[in-house]
Design a binder for this molecule. Structure first.
Ligand SMILES: NC(=O)c1ccc[n+]([C@@H]2O[C@H](COP(=O)([O-])OP(=O)(O)OC[C@H]3O[C@@H](n4cnc5c(N)ncnc54)[C@H](O)[C@@H]3O)[C@@H](O)[C@H]2O)c1
Ligand SMILES: C[N+](C)(C)CC=O
Length: 490
């Protein structure tokens, strides 16, 4: 199997140390690729290339509509190669092929959206309060952007960063998760194919503790956009202080899915399953915390259990698979530890809580969909992100109580409210301290709407117009049209 390489200053290269990493399919642990394993030295080379290219200036001064056209062409190549990309994403993450195909549609749309926005962010004229003056605000690229991505949506999370960074005229150094690099390598090929100039997009492969940390530490990087876990986010924030680089952090969540008794209950049951078990719960916005109104609690849980028993785990390429594996052996262990904690804390395990016994699943990192009831908000399984197929259920009996419960974590990424009383649903939504709230739905996100977290779920926003603004500096240019001496100093 040939070694897949990094892309630095327009060349495809192996790691300076010649190190490599084996990439495995989490559904069966088969070897799917061998990739270059960079370290700090390679990160520095890539950062220097991005710095030199930015400072030389031709990319930032390329007319925004031409940058937009190139970004649009990337979207077209994603459409052209979407089957191959989806195949790679399923191999790498274990998610079902249908999910990966959906991701590729979303990714192409993100490139189209930012392509369209590229030449519509010139800035604005200001009504200057000073006579004989012109005041305008312009948006300029920040400079060298370091983009660090997680493993759960490898290319989608990369796309949310690459497209706006290029639209705004920055140069970039990107690092996918070391365990899921394949689609990011492939999109770098597509970016090269459309003719983005060399040095604008650089790809370094390797671990977070080496490559990622070097990117966060570098004095040559102006902005770091990170998606991943809260503890890594804190390290990046500390490192960024070294040269006061700007940061955007998209971190974890512990997202409440609130069901009132007056909702359309069959839909709410169905969507509660989707909210938490989609991609085996490895979704930042997973509805892992179900809050159910007391008087429907027992019926609701009964319906969930009936459906959970039927969830079909398997290889993402099998047509009847509904949910794939955990990403790695380590991650499954973490989920198992949380299940043990939940039992110790007194939550009632009513289904799952173990690995599947199906012989066909023994080589993958599978874990059964799990439900805990009798949960209370002081429990760690309520407060901490498990990031697996584990649903916790809490009861509530009033609007005030559920708002308090839902907000009672350090996170603030997303949440949902189910009710046919839309005034009530709106009242509750307005009180939730979260970046996204869905009413009578769960999970929709799209290029046009901003995404990000309140509280410790993050800093900044991706997607939408604010997702482009993150990649710009704001400059006020003031012109005196009738300069005269002030005669302040005699
Ligand atoms: N808010 C969102 O939109 C969003 C989206 C997807 C995932 N997530 C979060 O991501 C997490 C899961 O992803 P993960 O396990 O890959 O997260 P992680 O924090 O372990 O790793 C994310 C990335 O950071 C790198 N990294 C690790 N240590 C680093 C360091 N010291 N310096 C710089 N980079 C470093 C990793 O190599 C990887 O590329 C979950 O918490 C999930 O909620 C959030
Ligand atoms: C942001 N999102 C929902 C696509 C992936 C979160 O893990």
């Amino acid at each position: 199997m040939s070694i897949q390489k990094m892309h630095i200053d327009g060349s495809w290269i192996e790691a300076k140390s010649q190190a490599t990493r084996k990439i495995i399919n989490p559904s069966n642990q088969e070897l799917i690729a061998t990739v270059a394993e960079g370290n700090e030295e390679d990160a520095v080379l890539a950062i220097r290339a991005a710095r030199k290219t930015f400072d030389q200036g031709s990319w930032a001064s390329t007319p925004a509509n031409l940058r937009g056209k190139l970004i649009y062409k990337i979207a077209e190549l994603i459409e052209r190669d979407k089957s191959e990309l989806a195949h790679l994403e399923t191999l790498d993450t274990g998610k079902t092929l249908i999910e990966s195909k959906g991701d590729m549609e979303d990714i192409a749309e993100v490139f189209r959206y930012f392509a369209g926005l590229a030449d519509k962010n010139a800035g604005e004229m200001i009504e200057s309060p000073i006579p004989n003056s012109i005041s305008k605000v312009v948006r300029e690229p920040i400079g060298v952007c370091a983009l660090i991505m997680p493993w759960n949506y490898p290319l989608l999370q990369a796309a949310w960063k690459i497209a706006p960074a290029l639209a705004a005229g920055n140069t970039i150094v990107m690092k996918p998760s070391e365990i899921t690099p394949l689609t990011t390598i492939k999109i770098t090929e597509l970016i090269e194919e459309v003719g983005v100039p060399k040095g604008v997009v650089n790809l370094v492969l390797g671990a977070g503790s080496t490559v990622g940390q070097a990117m966060a530490d570098s004095q040559l990087v102006d902005f770091i956009s990170f998606t991943g876990g809260i503890e890594t986010g804190k390290k990046i924030m500390c490192a960024a202080s070294g040269n006061v680089k700007k940061i955007a952090l998209e971190l974890g969540g512990k997202n409440p899915n609130i069901v009132f008794a007056d909702s359309d209950l069959d839909v709410a049951v169905d969507q509660a399953l989707n909210a938490v078990y989609f991609h085996a719960g490895q979704v930042c916005s997973a509805g892992a915390r179900l809050l159910v109104e007391d008087r429907i609690h027992d019926w609701f849980v009964e319906q969930l259990v009936k459906r959970v028993k039927r969830i079909k785990l398997g290889n993402g390429f099998d047509q009847d698979t509904e949910s794939g594996p955990m990403i790695s052996a380590e991650h499954r262990l973490k989920v198992e530890e949380y299940v043990a904690i939940g039992k110790k804390e007194g939550a009632k395990l009513i289904i799952g809580g173990e690995r599947p016994k199906d012989p066909a699943l023994q080589n993958g990192f599978f874990y059964l969909p799990t439900i805990f009831t009798e949960c209370t908000s002081n429990m760690r399984i309520i407060q901490e992100e498990i990031f697996g197929p584990v649903l916790t259920v809490e009861r509530f009996s009033s609007e005030e109580e559920v708002i308090k419960l839902a907000n009672d974590t350090i996170y603030g990424l997303a949440g949902a409210v189910w009710s046919n009383d839309l005034a009530k649903a709106e009242r509750v939504a307005s009180q939730l301290r979260m970046g996204t709230v869905w009413i009578n739905d769960y999970h929709p996100y799209f290029a046009q709407a901003p995404w990000g977290g309140y509280k410790q779920s993050g800093i900044g926003r991706e997607l939408g117009k604010s997702g482009l603004d993150e990649y710009t500096e704001t400059k006020h240019i003031y012109q005196n049209t009738k300069p005269e001496p002030m005669n302040w100093f005699k």
